[in-house]
Design a protein around this ligand. Structure first.
Ligand code: AMP
Length: 620
């Protein structure tokens, strides 16, 4: 069996890993950092950008730069209306009421499609790294994701040409990256990312992982810290300069980027500065934003939000039926756990220091890769017990949900419950299948509806209808409703694809397959242009700053190679760009050597001068 890659498809960043000899190794995304921003952009030139290149151009192209797509996966538009959602692009309902993205030219994309673009790039990177086609994947989702969101994630993988071997809860993946097989352990996973906060308690017994309890806040993350800091910066700027940057079309995005950078710096430094030249203009000319911010100020801004996670830590222990003394390990996941104040809270809440040995950005992907090695049979010392993430049940009289399968039940599972009719002579009962932890049906997610007809007329409360739920190892739910008197029954398979029909998915796979080759070329072109831009910048700087040290021939060589690369960079021929890049690199290297040689000779000359002088002065 070929390698199964583990993918953490994150709200802010995504990461992938493979298992080599049982150990998880993170695969570089090819852009330097080991994680890839989960960002897709559509440029005015008609390009589709994914990852760091998409993130970089967000300032100038906010409407067509799609971030945080994970928050839209498998969601209805009306659900999102109740949430604060800090993105610059448009979200609209499609004809089924699902949330979709609308870009400037009027095209719409389902969240599955956008996610598939991120996944496709990761697949491509993994293939480059491994030198073989990659088809199988273990993908992770938050523990609180419902069936529809899970299926939407699966659909995104399918569109990207990936075959999902397992959809794994993120905390389970994090725990897997830490735990030796045969250990018996209770682990808390504190996951604080860009958009969400999750806290879970897992129990590992003889290699079997079980999520005992999970809670969190789907509306809290590092993005909220950024937003607070942005507000503070803008208020300060307004107070000092009398200019409201919120009214500017571009400035807020620049401030947001600078705020995030400052936030990250404050995780290690006690003070940092923010410099944004030419952020605004006044009658006196351009106005620059220059201010410093201390960790103390930042902590004051985020304190309430960080503190709001403390009672949830208590809650999760209570739900899992354990105390902090039973807890062997606390694992940190997500970029926001780098904030010292967050780490301190974790330590206080669990009365133990969290483990720091694995990078919080990579731990989930690494766990997914380990899960991949379990699924492929490479590792036989672990068992991955899938559990239901949320309670499943049916709606009963008064809109109340009656649970049939409790959350965290190991799969596969089958459970039944008897129901009866609500009115006299009722011949039809509606089966409304629900998922969620709330008491009222309307607060839970509706998965499906169907009817059982032909019940014998009888006074209410007499007929007996048995509703059975069974979920197979792949998480597919089969529902059966049977009239115990007549034996009549009705059944259905609940396999939601997160808002897309099978035909939709098939069509998207066809499209994605067709565009895959051209996408690869586009990615290569964009990367080469990035390298070219860097070289052009360095060569231009060399000419400018070393003009007095450059001889005429070197300068001409540099200028000619530079101009060749500039021309190639503006074209679309990758081979020409690569050739021109190589040529300019060689010229720069040679010129640097010449300059160094001249410097050395000059030094020698001047040292000779000195000794001569010394001799003249009779020091020697
Ligand atoms: P994730 O969703 O796990 O990729 O986490 C992304 C979030 O972590 C973003 O809000 C980042 O700004 C934040 N983040 C990343 N590195 C740091 C850091 N060194 N200090 C504070 N926040 C960080």
């Amino acid at each position: 069996m070929s390698c199964i890659i583990g993918i953490d498809l994150g709200t802010t960043n995504s990461c992938m890993s493979i298992s080599e000899g049982g150990n998880a190794i993170v695969i570089q995304t090819g852009e330097g950092p080991r994680v890839m921003p989960s960002v897709v952009a559509f440029t005015p030139a008609g390009d589709k950008l994914v990852g760091i290149v998409a993130k970089r151009q967000a300032i100038t192209n906010p409407k067509d730069t799609i971030t945080s797509i994970k928050r839209l996966m498998g969601r209805k538009y009306e659900e999102l209306e109740k949430e604060t959602f800090n993105v610059s692009y448009d979200i609209i309902p499609n004809d089924k009421g699902d949330a979709v993205v609308k870009i400037g030219d009027g095209r719409t994309f389902s969240p599955q499609e956008i996610s598939s673009m991120i996944l496709q790039k990761m697949k491509y990177r993994a293939e480059e790294y491994l030198g073989e086609e990659v088809t199988d994947v273990v993908v992770t989702v938050p523990a609180h994701f419902n069936e529809i969101q899970r299926k939407a994630t699966k659909a995104a993988c399918t569109i990207a040409g990936l075959n999902v071997k397992r959809v794994l809860n993120e905390p389970t993946a994090a725990a897997l990256a830490f735990t030796d097989a045969v250990e018996r352990r209770k682990i808390a996973v504190f996951d604080f990312g860009g958009g969400t906060f999750d806290i879970s308690v897992l129990q590992v017994v003889n290699g079997i992982f079980e999520v005992k309890a999970t809670t969190g806040n789907t509306q809290l993350g590092g993005d909220d810290f950024d937003a607070c800091l942005v507000d503070w910066i803008m208020d300060e700027f307004k107070r000092e300069k009398g200019i409201d940057l919120r009214e500017d079309p571009v400035a807020p995005q620049r401030v947001r980027e600078a705020a995030e950078r400052a936030k990250c710096e404050l995780s290690t430094a006690l003070e940092t500065s923010i410099n944004l030249p030419f952020i605004a203009s006044s009658d006196q000319g351009p106005v620059h934003l220059e201010m410093s911010i201390t960790r103390g100020i930042f902590e004051g801004l985020i304190r309430d939000m960080v503190e709001s996670t403390r009672p949830l830590c208590k809650q999760v222990l209570k739900d899992a039926g354990i105390t902090h003394e039973d807890l062997e390990t606390v694992v940190l996941v997500g970029g926001s756990t780098r904030i010292p104040m967050v780490r301190q809270l974790v330590e206080e809440a669990f009365l133990q220091e969290p483990v720091h040995s694995v990078n919080p950005d990579e731990v989930v992907a690494m766990g997914a890769a380990i899960a991949g090695s379990v699924v492929s049979g490479q590792r036989k010392d672990l068992v991955l017990l899938d559990v239901t993430s949320l309670t499943m049940g049916v709606e009963t009289l008064g809109g109340v949900m009656a649970p049939i399968i409790a959350k965290n039940s190991p799969l596969p599972i089958k459970r039944s419950k008897m129901f009866t009719t609500a009115v006299d002579n009722q011949q039809v009962v509606g089966i409304h299948v629900l998922q969620g932890e709330r008491d009222l049906a309307e607060d839970n997610r509706s998965l499906a509806r169907f009817e059982l007809v032909g019940i014998n007329p009888a006074p209410r409360g007499v007929p007996r209808v048995e509703v059975s739920f069974s979920i197979d190892a792949n998480g597919i739910l089969f529902v059966n409703a049977k009239d115990a008197v007549t034996g009549k029954h009705q059944e259905m398979t609940v396999n939601p694809s997160g808002g897309l029909s099978d035909e939709d998915i098939r069509e998207l796979i066809r499209d994605a397959r067709q565009s895959r080759e051209s996408d690869r070329d586009r990615i290569k072109l964009i990367e080469n242009r990035n390298v070219a831009d860097q070289l052009i910048y360095e060569a231009t700087k060399m000419i400018k700053t070393s003009s007095d040290r450059l001889d005429r021939e070197s300068r001409e060589d540099l200028e000619s190679a530079l101009s060749e690369l500039r021309t190639a960079r503006d074209g679309t021929d990758i081979v020409s760009i690569e050739k021109a890049e190589k040529n300019l690199s060689i010229v720069m290297h040679t010129v640097r050597n010449i300059m160094n040689m001249v410097d050395t000779l000059d030094e020698k000359d001047s040292s000779t001068d000195v000794s001569t002088l010394d001799q003249e002065n009779g020091i020697n």
